[in-house]
Write a protein that binds this ligand. Structure first.
Ligand SMILES: O=C(O)CCC(=O)C(=O)O
Length: 326
């Protein structure tokens, strides 16, 4: 099993002289100070294709408040009162609005019609989160673009996603995979677990290479892909991952899951991101999004990021879907 590095920044951990174990059973880098912390996070993401950051890095995340909001929003979604959902058994957008077959996700947490949108916005536009995102993308704060904020939830029946890369189809040749993987991602994507979560499974390092013969020929739902690693998050931890890492989701309908699933992009690559983002339908409401109840500093940041998303939508026109019927 490949080692993955979690960036440890707890003062106690930082003082320890020996490496410590993490929830992934891997070795944590012992770092001191924000500078090294950011560098280590980026190095882990680049090397492994994902990095788990401890909850202590995000002191403003208020888990009880987020859990209460997540629970209200999920109830609306399961009972047909929130039309933006991920429905079983469909893996990719677009999803119907009918929850009768069960759901595995709730879309558009920031939509102004969501009674709890402000609570979710506080975590999405959080200063420290944006600083992490800026660092991992490698851009300036004023180049960040608002993208998606959704929630992945316990499905109503056991359910799994096939092995995939978010923006490269399984039919791609080795050369096509390498061509796409060689380009910068121009965004950061993360899972913020509100409850312990072991649903995401990745093949560390696969974001930098074409699939092996074994991976190409494997069952799409293979349970034992060579080198696979279950990303085990404790509540409050945040996993950033390259969305073109080979990964899948495996969901247990008996285990509570409320994991906030976000992405933020950069103006450096907005046309490359357009389909990935706009296929989720965010363009339909983002112009209505306003920030009257936000604190002024957050409203300013949010407004700039929203304007950039609107701009992206205007430039890109009809973007279609990654895998419409799957
Ligand atoms: O459940 C997860 O964490 C992974 C979700 C995923 O792979 C996807 O939405 O494409």
């Amino acid at each position: 099993m490949a080692a993955a590095v979690t960036v440890a920044t707890d003062p106690a951990a930082a003082e320890a002289s020996n490496p410590i174990s993490t929830t992934n059973g891997s070795v944590a880098g012992i770092t001191n100070g924000a500078e090294i912390r950011y560098k280590d996070a980026l190095a882990s993401l680049e090397r492994d294709g994902f990095v788990v950051l401890p909850a202590s890095l995000f002191p403003s995340f208020d888990l009880p408040t987020l859990r209460a909001a997540a629970s209200r929003t999920t109830t609306l979604a399961r009972t047909g009162k929130w039309p933006y959902i991920r429905t079983l058994p469909k893996q990719f957008p677009p999803w119907p609005s009918d929850p009768s077959q069960g759901i595995w996700g709730v879309q558009h947490l920031l939509h102004p019609d969501n009674p709890d949108h402000l609570t979710f916005a506080k975590s999405y536009f959080d200063k420290e989160l944006l600083e992490q995102v800026r660092n991992l993308i490698g851009c300036e704060q004023d180049e960040l673009i608002m993208e998606l904020y959704n929630m992945l939830v316990r499905p109503d029946k056991d359910f799994a996603l096939r092995w995939h890369r978010d923006d490269i189809p399984p039919t791609a040749s080795d050369e096509e995979e390498m061509e796409r993987l060689g380009k910068p991602g121009f965004h950061a994507q993360w899972n913020l677990a509100l409850y312990d979560d072991a649903s995401l499974i990745v093949v560390p390092g696969s974001h930098k290479r074409a699939r092996t013969e074994t991976e190409r020929n494997a069952d799409p739902y293979e349970d034992n892909m060579p080198g696979q690693l279950v990303v085990k998050l404790k509540a409050g931890e945040v996993a950033f991952y390259n969305n073109n890492i080979l990964h899948r989701g495996k969901y247990d309908s008996k285990v509570e899951r409320m994991t906030l699933h976000g992405s933020i992009g950069t103006t450096k690559g907005s046309s490359e991101r357009a389909r990935n983002v706009l296929q989720h339908g965010v363009g339909e409401w983002v112009e209505k999004y306003e920030f009257k109840d936000f604190d002024p500093e957050m409203a300013k940041r949010a407004n700039i990021m929203r304007e950039m998303l609107v701009e992206m939508g205007k430039k890109s026109g009809d973007v279609g879907f990654f895998s419409k019927d799957e």
